[in-house]
Structures are given as C-alpha cells and as structure tokens.
Design a protein around this ligand. Structure first.
Ligand SMILES: *[C@@H]1O[C@H](CO)[C@@H](O)[C@H](O)[C@H]1NC(C)=O
Ligand SMILES: *[C@@H]1O[C@H](CO)[C@@H](O)[C@H](O)[C@H]1NC(C)=O
Ligand SMILES: *[C@@H]1O[C@H](CO)[C@@H](O)[C@H](O)[C@H]1NC(C)=O
Ligand SMILES: *[C@@H]1O[C@H](CO)[C@@H](O)[C@H](O)[C@H]1NC(C)=O
Ligand SMILES: *[C@@H]1O[C@H](CO)[C@@H](O)[C@H](O)[C@H]1NC(C)=O
Ligand SMILES: *[C@@H]1O[C@H](CO)[C@@H](O)[C@H](O)[C@H]1NC(C)=O
Ligand SMILES: *[C@@H]1O[C@H](CO)[C@@H](O)[C@H](O)[C@H]1NC(C)=O
Ligand SMILES: CC(=O)N[C@H]1CO[C@H](CO)[C@@H](O)[C@@H]1O
Length: 422
C-alpha cells in the first residue's frame, strides 16, 4: 500500500513541472477542461489526484512536492492542494458556464443574423421590384406630364379660338343688327315703292284709257305719262307743265349734270336713251311719229354758267322718217332771247359718228363736235355735245351761239307741244 502511494506521488512530481505562478492556466488547460465534468476523471488520468487525496486523508499531513523547473521545487500539503484545486475547479466551472452562455448567445446572435440576412434579401428583392415599378411609374408619370402639357396647349389654343369666335360673333351680331335695321328700312321703302307703283299703274291705266298723244291734257302738272300713237308701241314721256313757255309741254331732251353719255351711235339716237326723270334723249323715231302725227312747236330752254336763262322758240317742228335720215323738215319762225342757232340746221339730216349726213365731205361733224345733231358745216348749236361741269370754250361742248363760238352751257332742255295749243 505504502509503495503504491509513493509511486503515484513520484509519478506526479516527475511528470508535471507545475508552475504555480504562470504555467497553470497555460500548460494544464486540457486536463482542467476534462476534469471539470467529473472530479474522478481528473484523479485517475494524467494527474494522479488520487494520490493527493490520499495524502490529505492521512492523519499526518504529507507534503506534495512540485518541481516548477530544474531549480525550483515547491511543497504543498494535500489539503491545501485540494483547496486550491477546488478553487480552480469552481473557477473553471464558472468559466465553462460563462462560455456556455456566450456560446448560446452567439448561436442566438447567429440565428438572428441569419433571419436578418433573410430579411435584408427580401428587402433587396422588394427594393428591386419597387425600383422597377418606380421606373415604370416614372415613365408613366413623364408621359402623363407631357400629355397634360399637350392638353394645356390645346386648351390654350381652344381658348384663343373661342375668343376669336366670340369676337366674330359679336361683330356678326352687330352686322345682323345693322342688317336687320337695313332690312326694315328697305322693307318700308319697298312698301313705299309698291304704293307709288300702284299709283303709277293707276295713272298709266288712266293714261291708257285717255289715249293721250301729247302732254297737253296734263296742263300745268309735271309727271311721266303714257303716249299712244297709231301703229306704234305706247311709250312714256316726261310732261312739263310749269315752264316760262306755259303748260302742256313734253320734254324730248334734257342735260344738266353729265350723268348720261350722249356720244352714241345711230341706233341709240333712233331708240332714245337715258333716264326720263334725269338726262335723256327721247329718240328720233318717236320724234318723227309725234311731229308727223300732228303739227308741233319747239321750245329750247338754256341756262348759262352764270345762272342766266335764255330760250329759243320755233313755231314749227317736224322730223322726217328714218329713211329720210330723220331730217329737220320744218322749223317755222324763231323768237326768243337766245339766238336763232337752229336755223342753219333747217332741212339737214341727223348725223351720228357712225352715220355721217353732214355737208362736209371730208369731215365727220358728229366726231368733231363729239355729239349727234342735224349738222351742216358743221354747227352753231350742239345740244347733244359733251357735258362740261364748268364754263368751257370747246367745239365738243353743249353750245348754242349766234356765231361760231363754243361756250359750254350749264343745262338745256328741248320741249315740244302740239301747235293747236298756241
Ligand atoms: C480510473 O482508474 C480506475 C482504476 O485504475 C479505472 O477502473 C477507471 O476506468 C479509470 N477511469 C477513467 C475515467 O479512466
Ligand atoms: C434599391 O435599388 C436602387 C436601384 O436598383 C439602388 O440604387 C439602391 O441602392 C437600392 N437600395 C438599397 C437599400 O438596396
Ligand atoms: C423613383 O424615381 C424617381 C425619379 O424618377 C427618383 O427621384 C426616386 O429616387 C426613385 N425612388 C426610388 C425608391 O427608386
Ligand atoms: C390637340 O389638338 C389637336 C387638334 O387641334 C389634336 O389633333 C390633338 O390630338 C390634340 N392633342 C391632345 C393631347 O388632345
Ligand atoms: C338677327 O337679328 C334678328 C332680328 O333682330 C334676330 O331675330 C336673329 O335671331 C338674329 N340672328 C342672329 C344670328 O343673331
Ligand atoms: C349683312 O349684310 C351684308 C351685305 O350688306 C352681308 O355681306 C353680310 O353677310 C350680312 N351679315 C349678316 C350677319 O347677315
Ligand atoms: C351771263 O353771261 C351772259 C353772256 O356772257 C351775259 O349776257 C349776262 O349778262 C351774264 N349774266 C350775269 C348775271 O352775269
Ligand atoms: C483513494 C485511495 O486510493 N485510497 C487509498 C488511500 O490509502 C489507503 C491506505 O494507505 C488505501 O486503503 C486507500 O484505498
């Protein structure tokens, strides 16, 4: 028994160079860890703790010797060693528990890390999806923005158009209003004209029934009346009853403002032209019919530019037929305060620029005097000449002179009346 114990202690001393200061934790790490679980394990492995235990149990404390290195050896009692071991064991146990805790903590943290990584991945997925959607939405947004811009542009265009339309509308409304008033005005004028036309019609019907062939029956009145002659289409003439020469005259030619062109051809002078209530020439055919139906007299009324009026009266006036060149067949005797400027034209044929009946063989008097008349060599009167608005000395003018001077006249009128009235 003794030897056995001795051997255990010896082995212990020889094998373990125990340094109490520093080397314990370093060199004895492995065995300590193994021993933690079971004290017995420690005792019968490389560290023969059994021997130590046996040392303590001995009634006389035996000293355990520990060689720290080649020079140093310490001796410690078995009880002390046991105490020391207990201390270290408990410390080791504590550390082991702490390590265990830390291991647990680490695994918990690792677990947490893992779930957080998963969450992060999910988040990244979501971020990717969101980013993609954001890009799509961004594009859509841009599209919408540009659409809105377009629409705003269109709205502004339509607003401008609307403004213009409204402006036009107001103009049209105004026009319409003015047109409406014009229409009302015109309607009343039409009504008035209708009334006058009815009256005229009535007058003409009366004329028709009266079957007048001169203005005699209209006495001192002024108006346009229907004249009927045998085998001739009825025609209208202006009757002029208020003249210095007395009542019942018929106007056959009138000039006063130049509104009608008198430089016309044969056909026009045969037919007559102009307006009966303004400037006109009645027509050579009618003059022929009127004066050949019954004897007529002629009254020429003249007004100078200084306002003076003159007249020339002839107690006969007869115009031949067209085949006779509408010759001035009869002129009778003159009296008046103008001059006998018609005398030289007695027995002369009528001439127009396209029908030269004058006495000059090498000259067209109608052209020369810019008129139409009973020209001879060529003329001392030219009542169908060119109208001048002011006194002019021109061979083309409307003139009536004693001698061959061509002072233009302001206005002229030729009137005829059946001789029976005188
Ligand atoms: C400890 O030693 C005893 C006897 O020497 C042995 O029976 C036992 O198995 C050993 N234990 C360990 C854990 O080695
Ligand atoms: C999300 O995605 C965008 C675009 O792919 C990227 O720029 C950004 O860094 C991402 N954010 C995160 C937190 O991953
Ligand atoms: C979405 O897009 C806009 C621009 O299109 C950008 O400013 C914003 O940062 C984006 N947001 C994300 C989460 O990608
Ligand atoms: C704007 O108006 C034009 C016609 O004026 C039309 O052709 C176009 O489609 C409109 N744009 C929008 C965005 O409505
Ligand atoms: C034009 O004026 C008449 C009469 O005032 C009215 O009846 C008509 O509705 C007007 N037309 C327009 C287009 O304004
Ligand atoms: C008004 O009359 C004029 C002609 O006088 C015509 O050109 C115009 O179109 C008319 N306006 C309306 C709104 O009737
Ligand atoms: C007008 O002129 C004519 C001819 O020159 C002349 O005889 C007459 O006295 C004048 N009359 C006036 C009012 O001057
Ligand atoms: C545990 C152990 O080995 N105990 C021994 C201590 O020493 C006595 C005798 O000296 C033995 O009987 C024990 O077995």
């Amino acid at each position: 028994m003794q030897s056995k114990n001795f051997v255990c202690v010896l082995v212990f001393m020889l094998v373990i160079p125990w340094s109490l200061q520093a080397t314990v934790s370093i060199k004895k790490k492995e065995p300590v860890k193994d021993c933690v679980k079971n004290k017995a394990d420690c005792l019968n492995s490389t560290i023969p703790l059994v021997a130590m235990a046996n040392i303590t149990t001995t009634p006389k404390p035996k000293m355990a010797e520990f060689q720290i290195n080649a020079q140093k050896t310490i001796s410690i009692s078995k009880d002390d060693l046991n105490d020391l071991l207990d201390v270290y064991m408990s410390k080791l146990a504590e550390n082991a528990a702490t390590i265990n805790d830390k291991e647990n903590e680490i695994s918990v943290l690792q677990e947490r890390d893992k779930t957080e990584e998963e969450i992060l991945l999910k988040y990244q997925d979501l971020n990717t999806t969101c980013s993609a959607q954001n890009i799509t939405f961004g594009i859509n947004l841009n599209e919408k923005v540009s659409q809105i811009k377009h629409l705003q542009l269109n709205v502004s265009i339509y607003e401008a158009r609307l403004k213009r339309k409204n402006h036009l509308l107001s103009i049209y409304r105004k026009l319409n209003a003015s047109n409406t008033s014009t229409i009302i005005d015109l309607k009343s004028k039409v009504k008035d004209l209708e009334r006058r036309l009815r009256e005229r019609k009535d007058d003409l019907m009366a004329d028709w029934e009266a079957a007048t062939n001169s203005c005699l029956s209209y006495g001192k009145t002024v108006g346009i009346h229907l004249i009927q002659l045998p085998e001739f289409r009825p025609f209208l003439v202006p009757c002029e009853g208020r003249t210095a020469a007395g009542p019942g005259w018929m106007v056959i030619q009138r000039r006063y403002d130049g509104s009608v062109d008198f430089y016309r051809n044969w056909q026009a002078y045969r037919q007559g032209f102009g307006k009966l209530n303004a400037e006109f020439f009645l027509g050579l055919e009618k003059l022929h019919r009127l004066t050949s139906y019954q004897p007529h007299e002629l009254y020429v009324s003249l007004r100078l530019f200084n306002g003076t009026t003159r007249f020339a009266f002839y107690d006969d006036f007869l115009i031949g037929s067209e085949s006779e060149g509408y010759v001035l067949k009869l002129l009778g005797t003159y009296h008046g305060d103008a001059s006998d400027a018609m005398r030289t034209h007695d027995k002369m044929k009528f001439s127009t620029y396209d029908r030269d009946h004058d006495e000059f063989t090498h000259m067209n008097c109608a052209e020369y005097h810019h008129g139409a008349w009973w020209y001879d060599f060529c003329s001392r009167s030219n009542l169908n000449g060119k109208y001048f608005k002011a006194g002019t000395d021109s061979e083309q003018s409307i003139f009536w002179d004693r001698w061959y001077s061509f002072n233009s006249l302001k206005s002229v009128q030729m009137l005829i009346r059946p001789k029976s009235a005188a």
